[in-house]
Write a protein that binds this ligand. Structure first.
Ligand code: SF4
Length: 652
């Protein structure tokens, strides 16, 4: 730690930065963020793990937020990351009195069993909650304006200092008060709010949230952490699907409520889609007008817009009736109408495609669905980015920055910066094994056998735990089938398709526990829950092996994404639509073992394609700069790994 560099940080930031020592290059990160936000510019900044991005961004933004009476919204993906914001704010609080709160989704904070049982996503939970409140049927909801002293006291407390959502939930549960509503009603007096992407980027949720905040985007400094996730989240926000199952349920619902016209329509639409999908295997892009052709065939729908709006109204009415009867207020007619309205609204918009796809249910029955797939994340992100006071977009894996700025349409004057890694170079070993690949034509038993030999060389020379993240579940199964488990002399923990998050958590915990008990091997997929969301500091993962480049299956939606980007950014379609998402997954996997400044990790890319300039340019600099290529020969890899850990253990 460099203790002298704090003196070259902006004076205003020093009033907030709570630590005596500063990490290598952290001052660089802080100055870049402070100067950009102070001049009302956005900043797109890559900084590796261990740099202290959270405390740096908060310390740089807080003086500006206070001076200009702005709020800071800190968006991140996991509850753990939200809590980390509050922990850092507590450190700041020792120097400066700032308030902050982490807020989880309504479904996570809700105490009402009826709402919890009868909702399956954030939007339906919001609807049910609003209906229950309007009808005075949630005993946990208090009206803040008429509430007694205790409630007001809690609100005031929240506005005084940083609190984690879990702490507020604990107190509220004891008092039978809805913590979600309490936090929401306190937000207007809180300076920093840590929350999920959806609160800011989903237009429907954002509108409701800004109302609670009593604020507007222009009064907000937005910090987006782990921002490499944002393009995919934005695409998911705008995409929709309608399954044959929903259509069948809509038909039954219409019959139950005595609406024969709607029942007939849902049945007709289902049969038409079923017939259309007979010869479709997987996914097929369809022209949006197929819906109009189906309506024409139906014969009695002269005005589709009016008809779908009518369906929507009927669905809303059914929801209200069900709720007042104390039943689950879910309406399939409502869901169907929302999808159909959306289909019409996106017709002619090149940033969407429509597909029909077939798949098998858990019961192994063949079925089909219609989808509206968004291709342009900027349709979601640019409105937010252009309206806020300033945006701090940060992650450990954002390169090439220009691609990210273009895809998300950051303001043109956005400052772009890559902060050098704080890790001592000798703490990281990056290798590419030549002669190996998971490219389709190379996937032979001999290739997998060779990979297993190389994996053994790594595992045997790694002091404790090794992680292996492969390109797909197919590659994972092939390694298992070729005998990986029996070849290893350390226990193997591996993911499987459809594994529940609870089982996955247990698997990861058991693997981590082996780090001081002889070591183990974890086998998972790139782009999966573990490779993107779990940290493995210290001996929890000394070496990580990245097997194969995780290119997406060339489904029609992937091809459509490439063509869309090609149209928007000539010459870059393949790069932005195909290579970039794959390399983000690979970089995330490769970064798992290097989480703190003291970590020493070996990263082994087991695919020669990582050595090409094409792929390398998409790796974070701290991984790609010292990248060493090694031949596909026995014992070369084992010597590299052995030497690396020997040198490092001698230094300890
Ligand atoms: S007011 Fe709170 S407890 Fe009641 S339904 Fe809404 S979120 Fe749940």
């Amino acid at each position: 730690m460099d203790k002298t560099k704090t003196s070259i940080m902006p004076k205003k930031v020093l009033d907030f930065f709570p630590y005596k020592a500063i990490r290598p290059n952290q001052d660089n990160f802080i100055k870049t963020v402070f100067n950009s936000v102070q001049s009302r510019k956005s900043v797109l900044i890559e900084g590796s793990n261990g740099l202290g991005k959270t405390i740096s961004a908060l310390s740089a933004c807080l003086p500006i937020a206070i001076e200009n009476d702005l709020k800071i919204l800190y968006v991140a993906r996991t509850h753990r990351q939200h809590d980390r914001v509050i922990e850092e704010l507590r450190a700041i609080f020792k120097k400066q009195k700032v308030s902050g709160v982490s807020i989880r989704g309504r479904s996570n904070m809700c105490l009402n069993n009826f709402a919890l049982k009868n909702t399956n996503d954030s939007k339906s939970h919001m609807e049910i909650c609003e209906l229950l409140k309007t009808k005075g049927r949630c005993p946990y909801h208090r009206n803040p304006t008429q509430e007694k002293y205790e409630y007001l006291q809690l609100q005031q407390q929240i506005s005084m200092r940083p609190y984690k959502s879990s702490e507020i939930q604990y107190v509220c549960r004891k008092k039978s008060i809805c913590s979600y509503e309490l936090v929401k009603s306190s937000l207007s007096d809180v300076r920093v709010i840590a929350l999920s992407y959806l609160y800011v980027f989903d237009p429907v949720i954002r509108t409701a949230f800004l109302k609670s905040l009593e604020s507007q985007l222009k009064k907000i400094i937005l910090i987006v952490d782990e921002a490499h996730n944002l393009p995919e989240t934005a695409i998911n926000i705008s995409s929709r699907s309608l399954s044959l199952f929903v259509l069948k349920q809509a038909e039954l619902e219409a019959m139950k409520f005595g609406n024969n016209d709607i029942a007939f329509f849902a049945n007709f639409l289902r049969n038409e889609i079923e017939e259309f999908a007979v010869n479709i295997k997987g996914e097929q892009v369809v022209q949006p007008r197929i819906l109009l052709e189906i309506l024409q065939k139906h014969g009695s729908i002269a005005n589709p817009v009016a008809f779908f709006n009518e369906l929507h109204e009927v669905g809303s009415k059914i929801k209200r009736v069900l709720l007042s009867d104390g039943k689950n207020p879910r309406s399939y007619i409502h869901g169907m109408s929302e999808f159909l309205i959306n289909w019409l609204n996106t017709m002619g918009d090149e940033s969407f495609i429509n597909t029909v796809s077939t798949y098998f249910t858990r019961e192994k029955t063949r079925t089909a669905k219609l989808e509206i797939i968004a291709l342009d994340p900027s349709k979601i992100t640019s409105q937010v980015f252009s309206e806020t006071y300033s945006n701090v977009i940060m992650s450990g894996t954002l390169q090439p920055l220009q691609a990210y700025a273009l895809i998300t349409k950051l303001p043109e004057n956005t400052v772009q910066s890559v902060v050098p890694s704080p890790f001592p170079k000798e703490n990281v070993l990056s290798l590419v094994c030549l002669g190996l690949s998971t490219a389709m034509q190379k996937r032979t038993p001999i290739m997998y056998e060779t990979m297993i030999s190389r994996i053994l060389e790594v595992v045997e020379n790694t002091p404790a735990n090794t992680g292996i993240f492969v390109a797909s579940f197919r590659v994972l199964s092939a390694l298992i089938n070729e005998g990986l488990e029996s070849a290893l002399d350390k226990p193997l923990f591996y993911e499987y398709r459809g594994m529940s998050s609870k089982t996955n958590e247990k698997l990861v915990a058991d693997f981590k526990a082996c780090s001081n008990n002889g070591g183990a091997v974890f086998l998972g997929v790139q782009g999966g829950r573990t490779s993107e969301g779990v940290d493995f500091p210290g001996d929890q993962m000394n070496s990580v092996i990245v097997v194969g480049v995780p290119y997406a299956e060339p489904k029609p939606r992937v091809k459509a994404q490439i063509s869309y980007y090609e149209k928007c950014f000539p010459g870059r379609g393949q790069e932005y639509g195909y290579l970039l998402p794959a390399m983000k997954k690979a970089s995330q996997s490769a970064g798992r073992p290097i989480r703190t400044l003291n970590d020493k990790g070996a990263i082994i890319f087991m695919d020669h394609r990582f050595a090409t300039y094409y792929c390398r340019a998409f790796l974070p600099s701290w991984m790609s700069e010292g990248l060493k290529l090694i031949p596909n020969e026995d014992n070369v890899l084992s010597r590299e790994i052995e030497n690396f850990f020997k040198v490092n253990s001698e230094k300890k």
